[in-house]
Every structure is written in C-alpha cells, then in structure tokens.
Design a protein around this ligand. Structure first.
Ligand SMILES: NC(=O)c1ccc[n+]([C@@H]2O[C@H](COP(=O)([O-])OP(=O)(O)OC[C@H]3O[C@@H](n4cnc5c(N)ncnc54)[C@H](OP(=O)(O)O)[C@@H]3O)[C@@H](O)[C@H]2O)c1
Length: 286
C-alpha cells in the first residue's frame, strides 16, 4: 500500500464521516469503522461519492466490546502491514439514557465505549502504528468538560454500580479519562515515531433522528443549542489537520480546539499521581 492509512472509528455519522471525506481527499486510504453493517455501508457510499475516492473501506467494529476490538485488530493486521493514523472518534452519548446499560461483556457501556475501547484498540494496533514512518493517534474529548472543572474519574465506582447514574456524568468522566490517557500514552511513546493528541470538540450539530427517544423538551433544547453549533464538516477540519499536517508531526500529548489552537484541560487532568491512578484503574480491565 503506497498511500498512508487512516482508521476512523464511528465514521458512519457526524464528525467521523466528515473527517473520512476530508482525509480521503488528502489522498489517504481511509478505513471507516462502524458497529452496524447497514449504517456503515450507507455512509461508505456517501464518503466514496463525496471524496471521489475508491480508497475508502468499511470494517465492522463495536468499541464497547473487547471481543469485537480483538477481532477487528486481528483482521486489520492480516490485511495491512502498517497504520499511519488512528482516530478514536466513536462515542456513546444518548441524553435520553436514564439508567446504566451494561454490555454483553458486563461493563457499563459508556465507560466501555468511550474510554476502555479506545485504550484497548490502540494497544492491539500499536505494532501496526510502529510500522509507520510517523504514526499518529488522535483521541476525542469535549468542550463540555470546561463546565466541569472539578470533575474527577471515580476510581472506586467508575461504572455507577453504587452511585446514582447520570448519562452526562458517565460521558464526561469517560472523556476526562481519554484526556488523561492522551497524556500518559504520549509520555510512554515519547521516544518512538508515534504521536498522540486530543481534540476538544466544541458544540457540533447532531442528527436528532439518531435519538428517537428524546423528549419534545430535549429536542427543543437541542434546537436552541444548535443555533450556536458548528457543522460536523467544520469540526472535522481539526481531525484532518492533526491527521495530515506536517506542522504537527512532532507535537504530542497536547489538547487542541476547533481552531487548531492549543488549549488546557483541567488542573486535575495534568496531575501525574491522578493520571497514574486512572491508568491503574484502566489496566484492571485488560
Ligand atoms: N456533537 C457534539 O456537539 C460533540 C461535542 C463534544 C464532543 N463530541 C464528540 O465528537 C465525537 C463525534 O461525535 P458526533 O457529534 O459526530 O456524534 P455522532 O454523529 O453521534 O457519531 C458517533 C459515532 O459513534 C458511533 N458509536 C457509538 N457507540 C459505538 C460503539 N459501541 N461502537 C462503535 N461505534 C459507536 C456511532 O455509531 P452508530 O451510528 O452505530 O450509533 C456514530 O458513528 C464523539 O467522540 C463525541 O463524543 C461531540
């Protein structure tokens, strides 16, 4: 394969799909992953049409399940001898979710999808990333974390087994853990050819049809909020920048906003002892 290879998780919708188009237009071979074959194939057609590129493929991957991630990574390694860019875009955040959902592997699904899944996937694709001249990993967090400056990862109860569940608490905890993951893995990879950076995604328009259980009030609130939203295509430009730009080839362990500017995460997220604790907690799952 002459072209650089980019894997984007959850690329059948929103920002991931827009990034697939942009990165294919940059001449990359793009592997879109989706957990649903039907939704994935529909998006694959759109991305191929919009990018006018045949170098776009679909692979099935459910980030909430270790078994699916293992199967994906094994299949990937058999087909491709290298990976240049890995974008951890997929995430679960359905504001109509009222109770804990547990995956068939017994893990709270937001923690599994948004944090554990990306960590496990990176680990299984690390050898492929090392085969790249300059491998890049991109994690995705949320500007909403700014509204929760004192948030911590609940080391004793990350899956809400005892505490009261709220979808927003579970989501922001998982995104905070991804920010901290970016910092610890950047440190571990500092003498390698691989960089990792995190994107602070701002308020981006979402397709409300994806959430049929939203109440009329929540739909109304979204319609107001979306007046200030940017498009998935605009946000995807930062994904593309971090994936392809030469300007960032040596930058690692940083946090970028939608204007490709460096931003700070919370004080807690930089604390080396806290990072170590979140890392140790994460490792108990593997
Ligand atoms: N939109 C915003 O305002 C906003 C703000 C802050 C951060 N973000 C972050 O930006 C990223 C993209 O969001 P978006 O707005 O583009 O959302 P989106 O349109 O809802 O896309 C999310 C993608 O993740 C996939 N996904 C969910 N659970 C999955 C699982 N278990 N396995 C595999 N794929 C799964 C979805 O697939 P299905 O179609 O199968 O559900 C979909 O393809 C996410 O990380 C999100 O947290 C978004």
């Amino acid at each position: 394969m002459d072209k650089k290879i980019c894997v984007i998780t959850g690329a059948n919708s929103g920002i991931g799909k827009a990034a697939a188009v942009q990165i294919a237009l940059e001449g990359y071979f793009v592997i879109m992953t989706a957990r649903s074959k039907e939704r994935g194939e529909k998006a694959l057609k759109e991305v191929r049409t919009l990018s006018k590129s045949d170098s776009v493929e679909l692979m099935i991957l459910d980030l909430s399940l270790k078994s699916s991630i293992k199967h994906f990574a094994e299949t990937y390694r058999k087909k491709y001898d290298r990976l240049d860019v890995l974008i951890h875009n997929a995430a679960a955040f359905d504001v109509s979710q009222k109770e804990v959902k547990t995956t068939e592997e017994g893990i709270e699904s937001i923690w599994a999808t948004n944090h554990l899944g990306p960590v496990y996937l990176t680990e299984l694709l690390m050898e492929s990333l090392k085969q790249s001249k300059q491998g890049r990993i991109i994690t995705v967090a949320s500007k909403g974390l700014v509204l929760h400056p004192n948030l911590k990862v609940d080391l004793k109860d990350p899956e809400f087994k005892n505490g009261k569940f709220s979808v927003s608490k579970a989501y922001y905890q998982s995104k905070l853990a991804q920010v901290m993951y970016t910092y610890w893995i950047a440190e571990e990879l500092k003498n390698t050819n691989i960089t990792i950076n995190c994107i602070r995604v701002t308020n981006v328009k979402i397709d409300l049809n994806r959430y049929p259980n939203l109440s009329a009030l929540a739909k109304f609130a979204y319609s107001i909020k979306s007046k200030k939203s940017i498009t998935p295509e605009a946000m995807a430009k930062t994904y593309t920048y971090l994936a392809v730009s030469e300007t960032v080839r040596d930058i690692t362990g940083k946090y970028f906003d939608e204007n490709n500017q460096l931003v700070q995460s919370s004080k807690y997220s930089y604390d080396k002892d806290e990072i170590k604790r979140v890392k140790q907690l994460t490792e108990t799952y593997f």
